[in-house]
Design a protein around this ligand. Sequence first.
Ligand code: SAM
Length: 303
Amino acid sequence: MPASAYAQPPSVPSDRSRASSQTPHASRRPPKFTKLCDLRCDFSCDPPRLRALATPVPATPAWPLDSGPRLFVDQPLASGAEVALEAGQANYLVNVMRLKPGAAVRAFDDRNGEYAATLQLAGKRDTRLAIGARLRDRESVPDLWLAFAPIKRARVDWLAEKACELGVARLVPVLTRRTVVDKLNLERLRAHMIEAAEQCGRTALPELAEPIALDALLRNWPDERALVFADETGGVPFGDAAPPAPAALLIGPEGGFDPAERDAIRALPQATGVSLGPRILRAETAALATISVWMSARGDWRP
Ligand code: SAM
């Protein structure tokens, strides 16, 4: 590989070359904008215009733009209804957030959508939400599944939280020969996903499937769903091969897939082995990297 293919340290121009590269624009610079004019841009030194240029404009606005308390309520919501909150949620609103009766909250139910609501304290142990106007329908996220071999507790919690934030529709724990984690606490994973959904503005929770053995998963694989298999032994560059939805990503355990498993996956007509570059990524890094690339190429990160 030519030396130029590697990142080079930035070259520092000598005083002499710096002096000779001064533009007429730079020599006319008003002293108070010295730093900005060092960019030698084409713009006049106009502070409002420079401020406007520095303001990022999101391509797809993220919801919610303000960050009041937002709760998942596991019962059907409807305008005009009153719902009792679980003890943990009541504690969060009243004691952690220190909200008073009448405070505005938003609630979503993973069924009917998201609603404006107000806090009601009906008794010491009876905290309720009065449900107001519907703000949004339940969203439909891109049809992307993440099939992953369970990894250790802290890492799998993090994986579930981030997969939810990134917009995955369904998580499927897959048991492989080298999977070392034999017990997966689905309740705990679901709690992490709910918290992530509350924070990031999702109105639809990701589905969490029961763990399934790899051979059963492959045997029953749906005809129409593309399977992107992250293969550390090599494959096509994922950026060039992200299939449209419905799609799924398959990430191996810390020990990787064994050769027979790799052959079985590759034998599936819907599967494509992809490379994520020359470095071995941790399983959770590989999962989040593939979700991000797919969302950017085929998901809802584009209008
Ligand atoms: N034990 C394996 C080894 O040392 O070769 C590494 C397994 S890696 C920690 C866990 C999983 O992440 C792999 O099974 C694969 O699905 C995915 N992965 C990690 N790095 C990758 C890469 N560069 N290209 C494709 N997949 C990768």
